[in-house]
Design a protein. Structure first.
Length: 261
């Protein structure tokens, strides 16, 4: 594990000295798509100075069963490389990958890969469930990028975690087109979903490739429920484990731990 610079020593550095990248912590993320641009962009909107990100990509350009099987076959290599580079926490992305093998596969996968790493490993689905539970959420709606049949898998997964799933609606986007969905579209569709399901105590928006950060707080304010996204949940989980506080501008309801009455 990389040696970290104590905060007191960092503050004493002269103006001519530059601290090591990730002097507070370095978080590893295994990203399923061939290319990833939104994960690092949103990550650095949410974390304080001194927290770094290391991303490896599995190379998916489509969510076919064959490609997902191939991607899952590379997980150990990605974990090994992240561990070799000395990160402090590792996150496996890809809700569709977790759902592809059925309910219960996530825990099986985590049990297998944890033996390969000296630091904690989690998934974006695991952190999302943990985030929703930390908020005391029992009923939720979900806005996704998925096609209807994959939404049904997600609904079954969330139900198995003990949530009452009021609705799961998606953009039915191809993996290569997710980046074209604007934050305003996410806001509009998220608000529409919550208006039609007023009993929802939260909205869950999976897919770390989706641009959501600019509208999370506005959606929470207008609809009075917490918004839990993939990236928000795993950043929250990592910083919480590493005992690092999020900057004030990143204080969503998840950080505040509140569900509106």
């Amino acid at each position: 594990m990389a040696q970290k610079l104590p905060l007191k020593d960092f503050q004493m550095l002269s103006a001519m000295e530059v601290p090591m990248y990730g002097w507070r912590a370095r978080i590893g993320f295994v990203s399923p798509p061939l290319m990833t641009e939104m994960v690092p962009y949103e990550f650095y909107q949410m974390v304080p100075e001194g927290v770094g990100l290391l991303v490896t990509c599995m190379g998916l350009d489509d969510l076919t069963a064959e490609q997902m099987d191939q991607a899952l076959g590379t997980v150990q290599r990605h974990i090994g490389e992240q561990n070799r580079r000395g990160v402090d926490y590792v996150v496996l992305g890809g809700t569709p990958l977790i759902l592809s093998r059925g309910i219960g596969f996530e825990q099986e996968l985590l049990s297998q890969v944890q033996t390969l790493s000296s630091v904690p490993i989690t998934t974006t689905t695991h952190t999302a469930v943990a985030a929703l539970r930390s908020l005391g959420v029992k009923r939720l709606a979900s806005l996704t990028t998925y096609h209807p049949w994959r939404n049904e898998l997600l609904s079954a997964f969330l139900s198995a975690q003990g949530f009452e799933v009021l609705a799961v609606e998606g953009f039915a986007s191809h993996i290569a087109d997710i980046h074209t969905i604007t934050p305003e579209t996410v806001f509009r569709e998220g608000k529409h979903l919550l208006l039609h399901h007023p009993r929802a105590e939260a909205i869950y928006i999976p897919c770390a490739q989706l641009h959501t950060w600019p509208v999370i707080q506005r959606l929470e304010k207008e609809c009075s429920v917490p918004v839990v996204t993939s990236t928000l949940s795993w950043v929250w989980s990592a910083l919480k484990h590493l005992k690092i506080h999020a900057p004030p501008h990143a204080q969503t309801m998840l950080w505040q731990g509140t569900v509106q009455p």
